[in-house]
Design a protein around this ligand. Structure first.
Ligand code: FAD
Ligand code: NAI
Length: 470
């Protein structure tokens, strides 16, 4: 009889965990996956990527009809919002995709163990009443909302909400205040602005979207401001009190100073996410987390405890579904004795606002820093979407593409874009960078006309000083 019940037990069925489980089973390993939620798919499918994109997509149509975009093209309509129906189509998308994972588990013979798992020792976990043993255990427990001191989130009341609550509002708020102008704040702030809310984003830093290229952050804010989102930068929220259906926020300058208040009928707290390790019983296996609460791993996703691996939002790196998925594949391959690798230098990130904001690789600031502060070691080229024929024809001239390249080798170090389809465009940049492309390689690659992607070619041509359309 085998020493353990399973070769692999994955804890958590988000994009990291469910992909790891399926890949492990495909590789011939006897696999189970523990998930505490009622449905598979984790944060991403249940309350993250998918439902937010369902609301973003639908509200974009509403906005185009309500705010003149359609009229610009000769389509005059007065839209009427049916919010319950918009929510229904969100739930349909979530329902069919989470069921899809259930089907894939059955197809690949992955056993779903329903319940929250807690380590007893490095090869044994308790899941509800059941005890399961496995030779390898992969921690893929993901992340959840970072709370803000003095602010109590109550998604049921729909006054102070987190991203999950903000996806489900039954009424369009009159005044919505978003705490944190990061990815969630701008995506979900955009949804409710488009549907009629007056939206203010309060951000601790002096610019929106931390981590992105400086020019892109500045340009993005200008575009959102033009769309009607108000920003209070360098401002810290210190507390929120709720009376009936009204929230009162207290805030002060980030550097300290006089406090002021602001009222809202909905407050979205979106100040980041933190790894899920509570209740996992890490102490039973002597596995410690770092200062940020993350589980550290080596390049192969091994933790310091033999037989225990970790992937996804619970380990360091960007908290993104595609990063978790790629790590899921790599960890399963490593467990099976193969060589699973994730190139963490080339992980694209996309903000699904309108226009979309996307990037991969180094920002200009990071590239200069990596060159020891030598600005001349980095070449930069920008191409405005206004000069791209397709974007202009489609009445979407906002944005730009920016390429950051090594001045000596011409190798592309980073690509940044604001464009209606920047999320799709960035795949080309990631592929090029994965193959070690120079900007000249991209400039000499034939791009179909008229496409938004031509802006990437033109930005690359610009590095050579040879752009045609500006
Ligand atoms: P998760 O998806 O968080 O899954 C972990 C699972 O583990 C959960 O289902 C949890 O219930 C389960 N679990 C936890 N502890 C236990 C336990 N002890 N036992 C059993 N089960 C347990 N990323 C993108 O790339 N693109 C996007 O467009 C995007 N949009 C987002 C929108 C929102 C509103 C949010 C909140 C996030 C978004 N993200 C997006 C981030 C993305 O959802 C995460 O990066 C991704 O889900 C991480 O995957 P994971 O597998 O590591 O963890
Ligand atoms: P975030 O890290 O993107 O942004 C949080 C913002 O809140 C930061 O700009 C920070 O400076 C600010 N902040 C922190 N404390 C504050 C305070 N007291 N007052 C005012 N501002 C404050 O985090 P967010 O938006 O919550 O998203 C969490 C994660 O989810 C992201 O890191 C991202 O990885 C993932 N995500 C990805 C999406 C995508 O890929 N499209 C969409 C949504 C989420």
């Amino acid at each position: 009889m085998a020493e353990h019940d399973y070769d692999v037990l994955v804890i958590g069925a988000g994009p990291g965990g469910y992909v790891a489980a399926i890949r492990a089973a495909q590789l011939g390993l006897k696999t189970a996956c523990a998930e505490g939620r009622e449905t598979l798919g984790g944060t991403c499918l249940n309350v993250g990527c998918i439902p937010s994109k369902a609301m973003l997509h639908a509200s974009e149509y509403f906005d185009a009809a309500a705010n003149g975009k359609m009229a610009e093209m000769g389509i005059e309509v007065t839209p009427r919002l049916n919010l319950p129906k918009m929510h229904d189509q969100r739930l349909d998308a979530v329902g069919s995709l989470t069921k899809g994972i259930e089907f894939l588990f059955k197809k690949n013979k992955v056993d779903w163990k329903k319940g929250y798992a807690e380590f007893q020792d490095a090869h044994t976990v308790r899941i509800g009443e059941e005890t399961v043993t496995a030779t390898n255990i992969v921690i893929a427990t993901g992340s959840s909302v970072t709370p803000l001191p003095n602010v109590e989130i109550d998604n049921d009341k729909q006054v102070v909400v987190d991203s999950t609550g903000a996806l489900e509002l039954k009424q369009v708020p009159k005044k919505m205040v978003v705490i944190g102008a990061g990815v969630i704040g701008l995506e979900l702030g955009s949804v409710w602005r488009r549907l009629g809310a007056d939206v203010t984003c309060i951000e601790f830093l002096d610019e929106v979207l931390p981590g992105m290229d400086g020019d892109i952050r500045k340009e993005a804010r200008k575009i959102f401001k033009k769309q009607g989102i108000d920003f209070r930068l360098s401002t810290k929220v210190t507390g929120v009190t709720v009376k009936g259906k009204t929230a009162t926020l207290t805030m002060e300058p980030a550097a300290g100073g006089e406090a002021e208040t602001m009222e809202a009928d909905c407050v979205l707290v979106s100040i980041g996410r933190r790894p899920n390790t509570d209740g996992l019983g890490l102490e039973a296996i002597g596995l410690e987390t770092n200062k940020r609460g993350q589980i550290e791993t080596d390049h192969d996703f091994r933790t310091t405890v033999d037989g225990v691996w970790a992937i996804g939002d619970v380990i360091p790196g960007p908290m993104l579904a595609h990063k978790a998925e790629d790590e899921g594949i790599a960890v399963a391959e490593n467990i099976a004795g193969q060589t699973g690798i994730v190139n963490h230098d080339v992980i694209p990130s996309v903000v699904y606002t309108w226009p979309e904001i996307a990037g991969v690789g180094l920002t200009q600031e990071e590239a200069v820093e990596a060159a020891g502060g030598d600005r001349k070691a980095v070449k930069v080229s920008k191409f405005p979407m206004m000069a791209n024929s397709r974007a202009k024809t489609n009445h979407e001239p906002e944005g730009l593409v920016k390429i950051v390249a090594d001045a000596e080798t011409d190798r592309v170090l980073g690509v940044w874009a604001i464009a209606s389809v920047a999320g799709t465009m960035i795949a080309e940049a990631a592929l090029g960078m994965e193959f070690g492309a120079t900007s000249e390689d991209i400039a000499y690659t034939c791009h179909a006309h008229p496409t938004h992607a031509e802006a990437i070619k033109e930005a690359a041509m610009g590095i050579q000083g040879q752009a045609i359309h500006i």
